[in-house]
Design a protein around this ligand. Structure first.
Ligand SMILES: [Zn+2]
Length: 385
């Protein structure tokens, strides 16, 4: 009788553990964390943010926020540090401590999940373009610097991100090699740039804009990009060809209004160097591009950016079971030995060396005008540089 009871008990226990679907494949006990990630002061939803934590063996548990900023993370039980990051995590991130309870779902308070700015951000004022208005609308802070201050590397190197508005070049970029050398140095050492429309000249040379392929000046190899200022004012139907961008902003197509003529059409782009994120639906022409591939080894070793980043490192984390792709994260430098031990590498998974990110859009933020759904793209760019 007693023996019979014991067997019954054992089978009940077995049933319980077999039906426990909160055990992951490695057998770790887990609970669920739910929450919504928003911008710091204006509380706009942040789509496409990476939310992750580790178990005691440094296995990563991660997910992404959806278009409304919501996430649901299956996390190992116990005291955990939860990291929230956009881009490679070096410029915008938040970390909170949570006790994860086995088999329980915990709704985290929205006020704990606001995305902090750790980057020091600068912008150069332009014409008909003021990305700083969108940065401010998200609740983040950007400092104004002048075109001539780009000639001073002791100023440039203080920032993590520099926004180059359309129309911000004084005179001809080809007559300002110090500016472009400084930008090359900045990106090589991890700084990120956003350039729009005529500001393509900072990248590939020319005057205050670029009128022909292979113009003098700039710092990006001319073979990777040609843009010419012959766009007509028109409204284009655009397709978002980058899945992560489409998911983050909840759009796969949009109308982009070019209300000014002489915008910089992309004539040719080397897609092994640049990724095309948005195209003209009709002609397939690139309208928005991004690269992590600029790196000049002769300029390496001059760190840039906010001192807040000095104790943090960006790494390419290899999942232990090789079941998914490597993932770029930014973590405390003190955690590096544990990650190095399972084969992680320094720097982001997609960058060359320590190089930062460059985004270029043919469209921009016309001051005080309704830019429609392009606003969501520009917001995403700001948070993912
Ligand atoms: Zn790792």
């Amino acid at each position: 009788m007693k023996k019979h009871l014991l067997i019954m008990l054992l089978s009940v226990l077995t049933l319980v553990s077999c039906s426990d679907d909160n055990n992951n494949s490695s057998g770790e006990k887990t609970g669920i964390l739910k929450g919504k990630v928003t911008t710091i002061n204006t509380h706009k939803a942040v789509g496409g943010a990476l939310v992750f934590t580790f178990d005691n063996d440094n296995n990563i548990y991660h997910t992404y926020t959806n278009v409304t900023g919501d996430f649901e993370l299956d996390a190992p039980v116990g005291d955990r540090e939860i990291y929230i990051q956009t881009g490679d995590g070096s410029n915008f991130r938040t970390k909170i401590d949570v006790v994860v309870q086995e088999n329980q779902t915990q709704q985290l308070e929205e006020s704990l999940l606001r995305l902090d700015q750790v980057a020091r951000i600068a912008y150069v004022s332009g014409n008909y373009d003021s990305i700083e208005d969108i940065i401010t609308s998200l609740g983040y802070v950007a400092e104004s610097i002048t075109f001539s201050q780009l000639s001073d590397y002791s100023i440039v190197s203080q920032y993590d991100i520099i926004f180059l508005n359309c129309g911000s070049i004084s005179g001809a970029i080809s007559s300002n090699p110090t500016v472009t050398n400084n930008l090359a140095n900045f990106v090589t050492n991890g700084g990120s740039l956003y350039a729009s429309d005529w500001s393509v000249a900072y990248l590939i040379g020319g005057g205050s804009n670029t009128t022909a392929c292979n113009a003098a000046g700039g710092f990006i190899p001319d073979t990777t990009l040609c843009s010419v200022d012959n766009g007509n004012s028109e409204t284009l139907t655009a397709s978002i060809t980058n899945t992560a961008l489409a998911n983050a902003i909840g759009l796969s197509t949009l109308d982009i209004e070019y209300d000014l003529g002489s915008w910089q059409k992309i004539v040719s782009v080397d897609e092994t160097f640049w990724e095309v994120l948005v195209r003209d639906t009709t002609t397939n022409e690139a309208l928005m591009i991004k690269t992590n591939n600029f790196y000049d080894s002769s300029l390496a070793g001059n760190p840039v950016g906010s001192p807040e980043n000095s104790d943090w490192i960006t790494i390419c984390h290899q999942p232990d079971d090789n079941s998914s792709n490597p993932i770029t994260i930014t973590i405390e430098a003190s955690s590096w030995p544990a990650h190095e031990a399972h084969g992680d590498t320094l720097g982001s998974c997609t960058s060359t060396g320590t190089g930062g990110t460059i985004y270029y859009t043919t469209f921009h933020n016309h001051a005080n005008e309704n830019i429609g759904n392009a606003q969501f793209i520009l917001e995403h760019v700001i948070l993912n540089l």
